[in-house]
Design a protein around this ligand. Structure first.
Ligand SMILES: NC(=O)c1ccc[n+]([C@@H]2O[C@H](COP(=O)([O-])OP(=O)(O)OC[C@H]3O[C@@H](n4cnc5c(N)ncnc54)[C@H](OP(=O)(O)O)[C@@H]3O)[C@@H](O)[C@H]2O)c1
Length: 322
C-alpha cells in the first residue's frame, strides 16, 4: 500500500512516500481503506520532535529516543471497512467509518480496534468532513466538558479559536450553554461568528486585557496565552485549561496550591468511542458542524505539514487518500 513515512525526526521533507505491506485485521479489529485523513498539530509535533515546554526527553522516550518508533503518522481517518477480524459484530465490510486510530492513517489502509475510537459516518457527512472531526472535536469536548467542567451560562474565553481545536471549541462551548468570546486574527472573525461565537476579539488589534470582562473559563488550545497572563482575566474561582503544558505549568500547579485563586487545569485527551458518539449526536442536533480548512492529495503531505506549522491555516488540513 502507499504510505507516507518518516524515518528521522525533522522537517517536512523527511516525510516521503513508500510502499508498505497492507495490514491485516486481527481478532477484534477492522481493516479500513482510507479515503481521507488529516495532518494535525500533533502530527507536526511528533514528526519534528517539537514537544512543548521542556518535555523533549519525555517525548523522545515515549515516541522513540533516536528515531521514531512509528514510521507512519496520522491519527484521524475516514473510509470504508474492507475486512473484519474474528469477533467483530459492530461493523461489516462496506460500512463507512471514521475515527481516531492513534497513528498510521497517512496511508491507504489502517487497522483499528472495533471497540476503539471508531463509528459509522452519517450520510450527511463527506469523508473529508468526517476526517476533520475527531482531533479538534474530541479535544474540545473533553477539555471543556470534563477538565473545565463548563456550566451553562458561564463565560468562556477561547484564544486560538480559529485553530484546529479552537474551531470546535467555540461550537462545543455554545452547545454546552456557555457565552463564548473567541480570539483570532482579523480575517478569521466572521467564521467564528458564523460558528456561534457571541463576541470576538482580534488579537492583532486589541489586548485581551482590554476586553473588560472576567471569565469563568479560559480554554487555551494553541498555547499562545501563558497561564500567568490568562489568570488575570479570570474570576477568583475561574479555570484556565491548557492543552499545551510543560515544566512551567507543572510549577504553576504547585504554586497555585499555596496561592489560591483561579485554577490551572492540564490533562490529556483519551480519544474514546463514547465521546465520538457524543459529537455525532451534536451534529444530528445541528449544534456542531465539521470544518474543512484545506483539502490536499496525499502526495502533497509536505505542503500540508507546512500549512499546519504556519499556525495560521484556515482550519483542519485534510489529505485525500483514496
Ligand atoms: N493535551 C492533549 O491531550 C491535547 C490534545 C489535542 C491537542 N493538543 C495540543 O493542542 C494544540 C492544538 O493546537 P491547534 O491545532 O488548535 O493549533 P493551530 O491550528 O496551529 O492554531 C493556531 C491558533 O493560534 C492563533 N495564533 C497564531 N499565532 C498567534 C499569535 N502569535 N498570537 C496569538 N494567537 C496566535 C491562530 O490564529 P489566527 O490563525 O487567526 O492568526 C490560531 O487560532 C497542539 O499543540 C496539540 O499538540 C493537546
Amino acid at each position: 500500500m502507499r504510505a507516507m513515512t518518516y524515518r528521522r525526526y525533522g522537517p517536512a521533507e523527511n516525510v516521503q512516500p513508500a510502499n508498505l505491506p497492507r495490514p491485516k485485521a486481527r481478532k477484534g479489529e477492522v481493516l479500513v481503506e482510507i479515503a481521507a485523513s488529516s495532518v494535525t498539530t500533533a502530527d507536526w509535533r511528533l514528526r519534528a520532535s517539537a514537544f512543548p515546554g521542556g518535555f523533549w526527553l519525555l517525548g523522545r522516550l515515549m515516541f522513540g529516543l533516536f528515531r521514531p518508533r512509528q514510521q507512519v503518522l496520522g491519527g484521524e481517518f475516514a473510509g470504508r471497512v474492507v475486512a473484519c477480524g474474528s469477533g467483530v459484530t459492530e461493523f461489516a465490510p462496506g460500512d463507512r467509518v471514521f475515527g481516531f486510530a492513534g497513528h498510521g492513517t497517512h496511508a491507504e489502509f489502517v487497522t483499528v480496534k472495533a471497540g476503539g475510537c471508531i463509528a459509522k459516518i452519517p450520510d450527511s457527512l463527506s469523508d473529508a468532513e468526517a476526517a476533520a472531526l475527531p482531533f479538534g472535536g474530541l479535544s474540545a469536548l473533553v477539555f471543556l466538558r470534563d477538565f473545565a467542567q463548563l456550566c451553562p451560562g458561564e463565560d468562556v474565553l477561547i484564544p486560538g479559536a480559529s485553530g484546529g481545536v479552537g474551531l470546535y471549541a467555540v461550537q462545543v462551548a455554545k452547545a454546552l450553554g456557555a457565552n463564548v468570546t473567541a480570539v483570532a486574527s482579523t480575517g478569521k472573525l466572521d467564521k467564528l461568528r458564523d460558528l456561534g461565537a457571541d463576541r470576538v476579539i482580534d488579537y492583532t488589534r486589541q489586548q485581551l486585557s482590554a476586553a473588560g470582562r472576567d471569565y469563568d473559563v479560559i480554554l487555551d488550545p494553541a498555547g499562545f496565552l501563558p497561564y500567568t497572563e490568562g489568570r488575570k482575566l479570570l474570576k477568583p474561582n475561574g479555570r484556565f485549561v491548557a492543552l499545551n503544558f510543560g515544566c512551567a505549568e507543572i510549577g504553576q500547579l504547585i504554586l497555585q496550591k499555596l496561592r489560591g485563586g483561579p485554577r490551572l487545569v492540564i490533562g490529556v485527551n483519551g480519544d474514546k468511542k463514547a465521546d465520538l458518539e457524543v459529537l455525532l449526536e451534536m451534529i444530528k442536533e445541528g449544534v456542531l458542524r465539521p470544518v474543512v480548512g484545506h483539502n490536499l492529495p496525499l502526495e502533497d503531505i509536505q505542503e500540508a505539514y507546512r500549512l499546519v506549522e504556519s499556525r495560521r491555516r484556515k482550519g483542519p488540513v485534510i489529505l485525500q487518500v483514496g
